[in-house]
Design a protein around this ligand. Structure first.
Ligand code: PLP
Length: 458
């Protein structure tokens, strides 16, 4: 009997004008059907038929769940600066503006403004990269993984590609340097042992190549040496490897080229922040690397991109390779990368690029912010702790910081509750305490963080 008291979809839709305006008729109809289906099951199990208003509310909660983006902004209070799971580098104001400007309307992406004819998208970031690095040529692609695959496919296909065993790294998401080398069609030649590689190991592998029968063409003989940055781990103890300059000199003596995968790639010397030396982009070029690749969204602090710089003749081959089109950067990426690079050109990166602002914050200023949070929230204590650079750069390298530490009975439950907020707050726990590191919280998010914590704590 009661099942018959359930109102029909059509009748409910007549009262759902606002929902239809917000979500469109087809989706509202679907939400209504699913809600009624659930109600029917409840009624069969003995429940009463809810009011029309309650049914509309049920439908609305479905609609709001269906249309909520799963990709949403969060507040990063973890203290991990280049947090791969949280989208890596936050962008500078002018990078965001540049990306918005080219995406809101048309742009000169492939249009030569001088001649009014077809142009190339490759010129935009290339000019600033040439000026900044002194490299002969440059190309920007989708990400650094694509940069390596493209560079190797264009330069090492069918050739021997030499790499030290200690550099055959896995970066994460099952991206392994040796696999990518094979994928490119290069013949992988491993040299050295896990902990040590000597100049003579490279020498031997390079000479072997030169020993190929005379009938082979010169280009088929020439091999490629790959050096990959050990981004996410360290080898310590009984270790040795030649400097990049030694590797380049050896390779060039055997008419081989060197591709240096820097991973993060930095223009700054990070030692001034108390971190261990991270090879810089300019050092790689100065050492003689023919092609250097790095990410746009790690220590560079820009949007997701892969940057390839180096010798013109080699970059020409890379630009012409069929894969180049498949991994090319889009207009927003090119605009964002160019704007980010401008900060380095104008010597203002430390001030304008968020990740460098975070890295260069002093413990005193961080302490002052954590104390401000504590005073506002009237809870927890401010204690010394450590932030990390992250993003597979500078493994094991920490920066001294101060955090707000909350003593919460069930820390994991509290972390889950923080994730349900809008925006969600991502924090970390240590010894059963919940820690909030001001280093990675953008200053403009302070008020929101304080307000949210107050609301869920009291
Ligand atoms: C991070 C990293 C990559 C991959 O770069 P993405 O921009 O994430 O594609 C490749 N090589 C090294 C050494 C890296 O650290």
């Amino acid at each position: 009997m009661t099942l018959r008291n359930i109102p029909p979809v059509e009748g409910l839709l007549q009262a759902a004008g606002e929902l239809i305006h917000a979500y469109g008729r087809p989706l509202v109809t679907q939400a209504m059907r699913e809600s009624l289906e659930a109600i029917r099951a409840d009624v069969r199990a003995g429940a009463d038929v809810p009011s029309n208003q309650a049914i509309l509310a049920l439908a609305e909660s479905r609609l709001s769940a269906w249309t909520r983006s799963t990709l949403e902004p969060v507040i990063n209070a973890t203290g991990v600066i280049i947090h791969t799971n949280l989208g890596r580098a936050p962008l500078s104001k002018s990078a965001i503006e540049a990306m918005q400007a080219v995406s809101a309307g048309y742009s000169s992406l492939e249009f030569d403004m001088k001649t009014g004819k077809r142009g190339s998208r490759l010129v935009h970031a290339e000019s600033v990269l040439q000026r900044l690095t002194g490299a002969e040529a440059a190309v920007v692609v989708n990400n650094n993984a694509a940069a390596i695959l493209l560079a190797l496919s264009a330069l090492a296909r069918g050739k021997r590609a030499i790499i030290a065993r200690s550099q055959m790294i896995e970066i994460g998401g099952s991206f392994r340097v040796p696999d990518v080398m094979k994928q490119s069609g290069a013949k992988l030649v491993e040299v050295g042992s896990t902990n040590k590689v000597h100049p003579s190991d490279y020498e031997e592998a390079l000479s072997e190549t030169s020993g190929i029968r005379l009938s082979d063409s010169k280009s088929a003989r020439a091999s490629v040496v790959v050096r990959a940055h050990r981004s996410n781990f360290k080898i310590v103890g009984f270790t040795e490897e030649p400097s990049l300059k030694e590797i380049c000199d050896l390779a060039h003596a055997h008419e081989a080229i060197v591709i240096d995968d820097l991973g993060s790639g930095t223009f700054f010397n990070v030692e001034k922040y108390g971190l261990t030396h991270e090879p810089t982009i300019l050092e790689s070029l100065a050492a003689g690397a023919d092609v250097v690749t790095f990410s746009g969204d790690k220590l560079l602090g820009g949007p997701q991109a892969g940057i390839i710089i180096g010798k013109k003749a080699l970059l020409d081959k890379i630009k012409k390779h069929p894969l180049a089109r498949a991994v090319r950067a889009d207009k927003t990426c090119l605009a964002g990368i160019s704007a980010t690079l401008q900060h380095y050109l104008k010597d203002e990166a430390e001030r304008e690029v968020p990740i460098w602002r975070m890295i260069s914050q002093t413990p005193e200023s961080l302490k002052a912010r954590a104390e401000h949070w504590q005073r506002e929230i009237t809870s927890g204590e401010v204690v010394p702790a450590e932030s990390t650079v992250g993003g597979g750069s500078l493994p094991g390298e920490n920066l001294p910081t101060y955090v707000l530490s909350l003593d919460i009975p069930k820390p994991d439950k509290f972390l889950a509750k923080l994730r349900q907020q809008s925006p969600a707050i991502i924090a970390r726990t240590e010894n059963d305490r919940v820690l909030f590191d001001p280093r990675t919280v953008l200053p403009e998010q302070d008020a929101l963080l304080i307000e949210t914590l107050k609301r869920i704590l009291f």
